[in-house]
Design a protein around this ligand. Structure first.
Ligand code: SF4
Ligand code: SF4
Length: 501
């Protein structure tokens, strides 16, 4: 029907004077945008199939291609944008829920960009991180209320199990199935080299990656895929996933078509069966129920591993976190509403949840007020984009951050936001062997190491500039932040002063 026609959002512009018809763009595109026309000896493209992943642009030997956003437009206004109108046409045509991938793209405030970091000048002078020691190591887990000594005055080591990170960054949950074997291998090797952690997500742990267990967080989600004794014992910590920033309040679904081979084996479900994670854990309807699962997992692993509880940032996140801090969990991971995903209903992703900056500030404040901040460490994720975001998160009260989208960018992701199709041209969000092999884990892991190493240097520089020489001294030090362009209420929630004050 004519009403269903939507003009393609991107146009492939090819300079035919430069094109040597090598057909690289044709071979590289899993979306089959381009084909060779022998009659006219030239390449032709179907713009409607283009997802703007830049694979052809990056590999064209003569720089003959560029992708441009179309200037074709609806008669839009501030209320009815082109995307809003197109969505109505698409849903009226299909009757289906709109699906998207990666994080919330809407123009909500990014509070990281509305906070500025302090620097020392005369008194409390800056520290030069190149010449003086700078401690970026952090320990995640429950901390005792007080130091205890025995009768001889020796310290009693009653420390609960901790995760030790060389720098306050971890790779957050991405399951094998939603991302490729080579992407997982890159993350696992980088975590090992960097002495940090990566996270299995809810897809189980591939047998080849048990050797990275010391740097692995194994996840237990509502579907319990791949969860059994050896899996729990393999990781350095266990994460109970209660929620995810990109889709708070709803479960997950990996279609049966993607449950093949090693993915079926790793998830421990039959080939071709849909992997459905229910929205709730069917054994958790209260903090007491959560406490039972926390202690079941601790019991199963002889109380040797910290347990993380991951939740989405939602309206009453501070009260929820207070309950989790009393549940016996060692670490709370909070995922903000800009967190990425392999697939989520678009309306949920774009409208449910709250920004991680506000969630973090209110959780840290609540736990301090209740005198239970030491019960748990706080890890935050949901669009941590650079080292400055990390410094701001720690100053707001986080112990460490989770990153995922920026890690995928380091692996080559071009944020085409088409992960749900399984045709990732960069070999990341795909299981097609010919695409998976495009991501070389040797190069992937090195790029991740480079990224985190560079960020750590920048964190040291920023801490040194503030006259602070350890992450521990920066944590919750909100005096090091000032707001810019924020309302009184926002400043109050963030617990910071306005610039100039
Ligand atoms: S990759 Fe570049 S040079 Fe090769 S066919 Fe495509 S546009 Fe032409
Ligand atoms: S992982 Fe692949 S499909 Fe997903 S946004 Fe990145 S490039 Fe696109």
């Amino acid at each position: 029907m004519a009403v269903d026609f939507l003009y393609p959002p991107y146009e492939v512009i090819r300079n035919h004077d430069k094109c040597i018809t090598c057909r690289v763009c044709e071979r590289q595109c899993a979306n089959e945008v381009t084909r060779y026309d022998p009659q006219h000896n030239r390449m032709i493209s179907d713009d409607a199939k283009c997802v703007n992943c830049h694979r052809c642009v990056s590999l064209c030997p003569t720089r003959a291609i560029k992708i441009v956003k179309t200037d074709h437009t609806f008669k839009t206004n501030a209320n009815w944008t082109g995307d809003t109108i197109s969505a109505v046409y698409r849903q009226a045509g299909t009757g289906g829920v709109l699906l998207s991938s990666m994080g919330n793209p809407e123009a909500y405030p990014v509070y990281w960009d509305k906070m500025l970091i302090n620097a020392s000048q005369v008194t409390n002078p800056p520290i030069d991180p190149l010449r003086e020691p700078m401690e970026t190591k952090v320990f995640l887990g429950q901390k005792p209320d007080a130091v205890q000594r025995d009768e001889q005055g020796k310290l009693i080591n009653n420390l609960a199990p901790q995760l030790e990170l060389s720098t306050p960054v971890m790779f957050s949950a991405m399951s094998y199935g939603s991302i490729s074997y080579n992407a997982h291998e890159s993350l696992a090797r980088a975590a090992q080299e960097l002495e940090i952690y990566y996270n299995t997500g809810e897809g189980g742990l591939h047998e080849d990656f048990y050797k990275y267990g010391k740097n692995t967080i194994v996840q237990v989600a509502s579907g319990r895929f791949g969860v059994y004794k050896d899996y729990l014992e393999a990781g350095a910590a266990i994460e109970i996933k209660m929620g995810q920033g990109a889709k708070p309040g709803i479960g997950g679904h990996l279609p049966g078509a993607k449950i093949v081979g090693d993915i079926s084996k790793t998830r421990m479900i039959p080939e071709g069966s849909d992997a459905i994670s229910p929205a709730p854990h069917h054994d958790i309807y209260s903090i007491e129920d959560l406490r039972q699962l926390v202690f079941s997992l601790k019991e199963a692993t002889e109380y040797k591993k910290p347990v993380i509880v991951k939740i989405a940032a939602v309206h009453n996140v501070a009260a929820i976190a207070s309950g989790i801090a009393r549940s016996g969990a060692d670490i709370i991971a909070i995922d903000g509403f800009r967190g990425g995903t392999g697939a989520a209903p678009t309306r949920i992703r774009d409208n449910v949840g709250i920004p991680i900056e506000l969630a973090l500030a209110s959780v840290d404040e609540r736990l301090r007020q209740e005198g239970i901040r030491g019960n748990v460490s706080i890890v935050v994720g949901g669009s941590i984009r650079n080292s400055a975001d990390i410094v701001k998160a720690i100053a707001l009260g986080a112990d460490a951050v989770y990153i995922a989208t920026s890690a995928l960018l380091a692996l080559g992701c071009h944020l085409c936001r088409s992960c749900q199709t399984g045709k990732c041209n960069w070999g990341i969000a795909t299981q097609r062997p010919e695409l998976v092999k495009r991501l070389n884990p040797e190069i992937g892991y090195q790029r991740l190491v480079n990224l985190i190493t560079a960020w750590t240097h920048e964190i040291e520089e920023m801490m040194g500039g503030m006259g602070i020489n350890s992450i521990e001294a920066l944590r919750g030090n909100r005096l090091m932040l000032r707001g810019i362009g924020l309302t009184e209420k926002e400043l109050q929630i963030l617990g910071i002063k306005h610039a100039g004050e």
